[in-house]
Write a protein of this length. Structure first.
Length: 228
């Protein structure tokens, strides 16, 4: 029997939309993991899907909805009232505004394919990020230690599949990781410590917005002020 969660997970698997772990969402919003779980269980307004491995998978929309709740709770509203307000707001209009990112911030791009790396680097730099490019795991490890980036975008197949080890070392260094792969490796990436996963080929909009999400400043691709 196919459940609603199965269908939702299948939709995630077939799309190129990024997904985020509950730990990453907690860090973005400054809300404890236990609180996010309680909100889901008690109010059932923001409901992430579950992966085959049992991980909660949050979409960008889920994060914006939780941000809406967290901001109102931070302003003194009760969680129950904040969730009711969210439900009423979404019933009236499904979209919520997102905030813009104001860079520059350093991003480590560990990508095995030089052409894909050039493509991703271009769009990240267009958005004002400082990008450090590494085409193998050894170079990425050196850059991680010397540059101390805030976000690392890591191809799991770099250097013949050394990406998961690189994810672990980045996590241990306190760097938020966006794991990318041509394979459907969500669960392995999240278990290794990735904050988010995005399946290749990459859409530039999803890549840039995913990096910004991990910085806690969600935004879609935009034209930098110096380019207007």
């Amino acid at each position: 029997m196919v459940t609603a969660d199965d269908e939702a997970y299948a939709a995630h698997a077939m799309s190129d939309a990024p997904v985020y772990s509950i730990g990453a969402v907690a860090k973005m919003l400054g809300v404890p993991v236990a609180t996010l779980r309680t909100w889901q269980d008690r109010y059932d307004v923001v409901t992430p899907v579950r992966s085959a491995g049992g991980h909660r998978l949050y979409s960008r929309q889920d994060i914006e909805h939780l941000r809406f709740v967290a901001e109102r709770v931070g302003g003194g509203m009760s969680p129950g009232d904040a969730h009711r307000l969210l439900a009423e707001t979404l019933a009236a209009s499904p979209g919520l505004p997102v905030a813009a990112h104001d860079g520059p911030i350093m991003v480590l791009l560990a990508e095995r394919d030089p052409f894909a790396a050039e493509f991703a680097e271009y769009f990240l730099r267009t958005e004002g990020f400082d990008v450090v490019l590494a085409l193998d795991a050894a170079d990425a490890t050196r850059e991680l230690a010397s540059r101390k980036p805030e976000v690392a975008v890591i191809d799991l197949l770099i250097s013949g599949g050394a990406g998961l080890d690189l994810v672990r070392s980045s996590r241990d260094a306190g760097v938020s990781v966006l794991a990318i792969s041509t394979l459907d490796a969500r669960d392995r990436a999240l278990e290794a410590g990735a904050a988010a996963f995005l399946q290749k080929p990459l859409d530039p909009l999803c890549l840039v917005s995913s990096v910004k999400d991990l910085l806690g400043r969600s935004a879609f691709l935009r034209v930098p002020s110096n380019a207007r």
